[in-house]
Design a protein around this ligand. Structure first.
Ligand code: S3P
Length: 172
């Protein structure tokens, strides 16, 4: 758990709509470090994520994502990954050198967070069923990369962020 970049570098992983971006931004503010959302970086450089999936497929997206994760970890600070980043062995290897927080969320709580669209893997009849299946498929990878787990289902994002910032300072 060492970082060559910012000494308070921290990575957030977890399923879609677990709150990685909103919690991550708040943790960064608390720690006084920068914040990077790798989905945003990929979209800024290569265009909207649904278009990347539609035109080039998931494998291509994972390669772009891996490059974005590598660059973000070089910069340091709080880095929030997309939900499927952990499916890529290269990305998982990059995470080994950093403290990783796994954000979980219950089915009930996520149901109202995934209504917005923009997530190609949830497109179709029953987004919640898809979300559950995908989370189950990936749970082992989240557990593999994570150093600690926080649940975002019930408490305000700011309180969760405060707890994560405290955990990070204690593990500096
Ligand atoms: C994905 C999650 C998305 C985004 C892409 C693929 C996934 O990020 O990276 O749509 O495979 O779970 P969020 O977790 O921020 O929704």
């Amino acid at each position: 758990m060492t970082s060559e970049a910012d000494p308070l570098t921290l990575v957030l992983v977890g399923p879609m709509a677990a709150g990685k971006t909103s919690v991550g931004r708040r943790v960064a503010r608390r720690l006084g470090v920068g914040f990077i959302d790798t989905d945003r970086r990929v979209a800024a450089e290569h265009g909207p994520i649904p278009e990347i999936f539609a035109e080039h497929g998931e494998e291509h997206f994972r390669a772009l994502e891996r490059a974005a994760v590598a660059a973000a970890l070089q910069e340091g600070g709080v880095v929030s990954l997309g939900g499927g980043a952990v499916t890529d062995a290269g990305t998982r290897a990059l995470l080994r050198a950093h403290p990783v927080v796994f954000l979980t969320v219950t089915d009930e709580a996520v149901a109202e967070r995934i209504t917005g669209g923009g997530r190609p893997l949830l497109e179709g009849d029953d987004p919640l069923e898809r979300w559950k299946r995908i989370f189950e498929e990936r749970r082992g990878w989240y557990d593999e990369v994570a150093d600690v787990t926080f649940d975002t289902s019930r408490r305000p994002m700011q309180r969760i962020a405060d707890d994560i910032a405290t955990w990070r300072r204690e593990h500096a």
